[in-house]
Ligand binder design. Structure first.
Ligand code: AMP
Ligand code: MG
Length: 344
């Protein structure tokens, strides 16, 4: 990026939303809150504007963006959803579900990274919805972080990464879910989750009878393997300190974490609240009580660990059921798959 620009952070008043809409229509970038994480948006039909998202984030060009709409009437101009896709949209929109659909030629290549599908999402956050409605354009947006960093769940996180790179951040407070949307391939008879999120495998299966999870969700890609969800192949969500995840029975996990902690100068522990007592007076960044709490806290805790200068992060694994799968998918990548099974 050559020229520094002044980045403003505005409360989402009617005037600020009009300004956001004007910027989008002029081909500029706006960061905005959603119920998952903050997005960095551009007019999806303006290829130059979309290219500037990649520049602002240092994002690899082979990592496609999600197109956000506020009304289903916008679908027809952009893509060809299958019957199953429409059923999923009816059930889970507006909400944290991205459905891959065959794209129409109107969608620029840069949005889909050249793929013939486009990820479509209708967010439920009132600020996102109002911005989309007032601008009248479909908005291509990835998460509003610098590539490789944890996704932003507050306006302050966005400012930390994007100051001087974009003109406007709409401040909608802390995001509700805290992990990105579920990415679902509904092109075949059984939908496949390519990236887990708050719309869970269990919820999709209940609606349409069955739902698979791509097997690359919980393991690193093999050499030369194509990523079904390209974002998953890149280094992702990484704090500056080194993160290790410990998986197993709570007492065995706590024992292994305490031993690792005591060997380090500058470590911090990420436990679930119910286990906090197992760590005595060691430093912790608690993840809350439930899987939804853990999703809500995860990225903020990784950034907080960086701010506090911790060089070693020791986290408890959570259950991979329901929204826990999304938490573990992000945590495993943030840890570069450094996961220790303590029961074996
Ligand atoms: P982000 O919101 O920053 O995580 O970026 C959007 C993510 O959605 C990408 O990293 C991809 O993993 C996924 N995605 C978007 N469009 C597609 C697509 N057409 N096919 C597969 N995955 C996609
Ligand atoms: Mg992202």
């Amino acid at each position: 990026m050559e020229k520094e620009i002044k980045t403003r952070v505005l409360q989402p008043t009617a005037e600020a939303l009009r300004e956001a809409a004007e910027l989008l229509k002029r081909g500029e970038l706006v960061a905005f809150p959603t119920e998952t994480v903050y997005g960095l948006g551009a007019d999806a039909l303006n290829a130059d504007a979309v290219r500037s998202i990649f520049a602002a984030k240092n994002r690899p060009a082979d990592n496609p963006l999600i197109v956000h709409i506020w009304d289903k009437s916008q679908l027809d101009a952009l893509c060809e959803p299958t019957e199953t896709a429409l059923k999923l949209m009816d059930a889970f929109w507006p909400g944290p579900l991205t459905v891959l659909c065959r794209r129409k030629p109107t969608v620029p290549d840069v949005v889909t990274a050249g793929l013939d599908t486009v990820g479509m999402r209708m967010p439920s956050h009132p600020v996102a919805r109002e911005m989309l409605r007032v601008s009248g354009v479909p908005v291509a947006a990835p998460s509003a972080n610098l590539s490789t960093r944890p996704s932003p769940t507050t306006a302050a996180h966005v400012l930390e990464d994007m100051d001087g790179r974009i003109p406007l951040i709409l401040d909608g407070g802390a995001c509700d879910f805290g992990v990105e949307s579920t990415v679902l391939d509904a092109s075949g008879p059984v939908p496949v989750i390519l990236r887990p999120g708050a719309v869970t495998r269990e919820m999709v299966a209940e609606l349409v009878g069955a739902c698979e999870v791509a097997d690359s969700v919980m393991r690193p890609l093999k050499e030369g393997e194509t990523a079904p969800s390209p974002g998953m192949k890149h280094k992702h969500y990484a704090p500056k300190g080194r993160l290790t995840i410990y998986r197993g029975r709570a007492e065995a996990v706590a024992k292994a974490i305490c031993e690792a902690y005591d060997r380090e100068e500058n470590a911090v522990i990420l436990p679930l609240d119910d286990h906090a007592a197992l760590y005595g007076d060691r430093r912790t960044l608690p993840m809350g009580r439930t899987l939804l709490d853990a999703a809500h806290h995860l990225f903020a805790s990784l950034r907080e660990a960086d701010h506090l200068g911790y060089t070693r992060l020791l986290a408890e694994a959570v259950s991979e059921e329901e929204v826990g799968l999304a938490v573990m998918n992000r945590m495993a990548r943030a840890a570069a798959f450094d996961v220790e099974d303590v029961d074996n």
